[in-house]
Ligand binder design. Structure first.
Ligand SMILES: O=P(O)(O)OC[C@H]1O[C@@H](O)[C@H](O)[C@@H](O)[C@@H]1O
Length: 232
């Protein structure tokens, strides 16, 4: 292995919790108005939303409830009842939670990043989130990451988001490494599937418990850990 490709939310930083809270609040309000049962922050989040680009998460979850909305456009206001409007509604909540401050990366993930760089391994962050730059710079982990493929890159370059392998392949290409020589670190089912589809070695990170570790292995993880500290 000569390179490590890290997912961000839930692998390097605890921001999966922020995304989950924002999705739950947004969908619960929307579903209540439609007389539908609440959003399940474990099963609905893991199965339909986690790891995917924002608008894909909205679309896939609504489809699971038999709801279809007009696509709209990326600059739809949060009030718009469109796929992008709902995504922007959720992002407004994410930005509020990020603005509260106090976000720290997982300490063991920072140690892992430091050791990887000391060992001469190439590094990238590969996330579906369009908020990646803000999170990696505000937590200071950008200094360990050589390149970034994220929600902004996906839109700019017209890449397919996870579970397609394209974002990991793009990062590997930027680093000049072959997939067979790179490891992917992922906590989302869509993310391990993307790593597997790209031909990478896949480390699943289970911070959820229950059947999530088994689901990560089923969808593409070669090994599953509860924290990167286990690999040090
Ligand atoms: O809405 P953003 O910040 O662009 O993020 C898109 C997705 O990014 C992923 O990393 C998260 O797992 C998802 O929960 C999130 O929805």
């Amino acid at each position: 292995m000569t390179a490590c490709l890290f997912d961000l939310d839930g692998v390097l930083t605890p921001t999966a919790v922020i995304h989950n809270k924002a999705w739950t609040a947004m969908f619960d309000e929307f579903l209540k108005a439609k007389g539908q049962p609440e959003f399940d922050p474990v099963h609905d989040y893991n199965d339909y939303v986690d790891g995917k680009p924002r608008e894909v998460g909205v679309r896939d979850f609504l489809a699971s409830r038999g709801i279809s909305l007009p696509e709209g456009t990326p600059d739809d206001p949060p009030e718009a009842e469109t796929i992008w409007g709902l995504g922007n509604r959720k992002n407004a909540r994410v930005l509020e939670l990020l603005a509260e401050g106090g976000l720290e990366p997982y300490p063991t993930s920072v140690t892992y990043l430091q050791r990887a760089r000391e060992a001469g391994l190439r590094t990238a962050v590969v996330s579906s989130s369009a908020n990646t730059l803000q999170v990696v710079t505000s937590t200071g982990i950008d200094r360990y990451l050589e390149t970034r493929v994220d929600g902004v890159t996906i839109r700019e370059r017209g890449l397919k988001g996870k579970p397609a392998p394209d974002t990991f392949l793009e990062a590997a290409r930027e680093l000049g490494v072959e997939p067979a020589n790179a490891a992917v670190f992922e906590d989302a089912l869509a993310g391990v599937a993307a790593g597997r589809a790209g031909g990478f070695y896949v480390v699943g990170v289970d911070r959820v418990g229950g059947k999530h570790a088994a689901d990560l292995a089923r969808d593409g993880a070669d090994t599953v850990v509860a924290d990167l500290g286990e690999l040090l």
